[in-house]
Ligand binder design. Structure first.
Ligand SMILES: Nc1ncnc2[nH]cnc12
Ligand SMILES: [Zn+2]
Length: 336
């Protein structure tokens, strides 16, 4: 390992943009297919990996939703999340805010309780085993209706004390934040934090809507905000955290080359950017790989990497005392 690679692995960091279903590695997909007697359209792990060649978000989503079909029981969700936490801990992640897509499962007849109880038991186990804390973000699928999102929020009612935030993901273009303004207002009323994917493929107007109509506490991706100068100034002034995902951006053709990735321009414009893995099993790397790839492609300094890690704590949904504790440890690490 190079010095920089080692520095990145040891850098204490939070991961704020991770779809737990997107951490399903092909090996586990095969294991769960066998365990649950589910047919999958691949003959080998190599064949699965070869299928992960996407030209846009929808290409990926079609394969990602199909892959999730092997997840059937509480034990499956537990094993899925534990595999992620082990990788994250090895990457220096000390806190993770993980998204899950209940509708991907409840629409297949998997009870909400099976999904969330499996995830919650893994979260407790990860804290015991690795000292890694985590929080849950319930994400609504934006290609489905407002009514379906309301039904999902209602299903979550018995677990609301164990859910930190709601999010908005899936096919962005054609499904603007405005479609879900009332659901997010209801979620906020229930004390939940708010995040939403915006400006990944969708226009800057969707980022404006996420701010104005959803009242987001942070923005997932936000790349296309850079096309709107006034919006950039507003995001900077509001110290809005952006959960940026470099390898995802490359695999989904949001950028053509990592050498063109806007991460350092975001920092230079005063934006609170963070680095995250999104769907690491599909995009070729976990969070430290994302730091490494973008650091190399854009020539980031150690100071930039520390800023990104600091932003991951200040942009988290942790209470202020916990943020201060994490930042203090980070500064001590940075000082060597
Ligand atoms: N990058 C992404 N954008 C939108 N929806 C997603 N679901 C999982 N990953 C996603
Ligand atoms: Zn995402």
């Amino acid at each position: 390992m190079t010095d920089l690679s080692q520095f990145i692995a040891g850098l204490p960091k939070a991961e704020l943009h991770l779809h737990i279903e997107g951490s399903l590695e092909p090996e586990l997909m095969f294991e769960l297919a066998q365990r649950n007697n589910v047919a999958i359209p691949y003959a080998s792990v190599e064949e699965v990996r070869a299928a992960y060649d996407f030209s846009n978000l929808q290409d990926f989503l079609d394969i990602y939703y199909a892959g999730a079909d092997v997840l059937r029981t509480r034990a499956d969700f537990h094993d899925l999340a534990m595999a992620y936490f082990a990788r994250a801990a090895a990457d220096g992640v000390v806190h993770a805010e993980i998204m899950f897509d209940p509708q991907t499962h409840t629409d297949r007849g998997i009870p909400f309780a099976e999904v969330i109880e499996g995830l919650l038991s893994a979260m407790a186990a990860a804290e015991a085993e690795y000292g890694l804390t985590s929080q849950l973000i319930l994400s609504f699928l934006r290609h489905l209706s407002e009514e379906a999102a309301f039904a999902t929020l209602a299903m979550a009612e018995p677990w609301l004390d164990r859910i930190t935030a709601v999010g908005l993901d899936s096919s962005e273009v054609g499904h603007p934040p405005a479609k879900f303004a009332r659901v997010f207002a209801a979620a906020r009323e229930k004390g939940l934090k708010i995040t939403a994917h915006a400006g990944e493929e969708g226009p800057p107007a969707y980022v404006h809507e996420a701010l104005d109509l959803l009242g987001v506490d942070r923005i997932d991706h936000g790349n296309r905000a850079l096309e709107d100068e006034a919006l950039v100034s507003r995001l900077a002034a509001e110290e809005m955290t952006l959960t940026v995902c470099p390898l995802s951006n490359l695999k989904l053709c949001v950028v053509n080359d990592l050498a063109d990735h806007p991460l350092d321009r975001m920092l230079a414009r005063g934006l609170k950017a963070t680095v995250n893995s999104d769907d690491p099993a599909y995009f070729g790397g976990y969070v430290a790989d994302n730091y490494r790839a973008v650091a190399q492609a854009r020539g980031l300094s150690r100071a930039d990497l520390v800023t990104l890690a600091r932003n991951s704590f200040t942009g988290s949904f942790l209470p202020a005392e916990a943020v201060a504790r994490h930042v203090e440890r980070l500064e001590a690490y940075a000082a060597g």
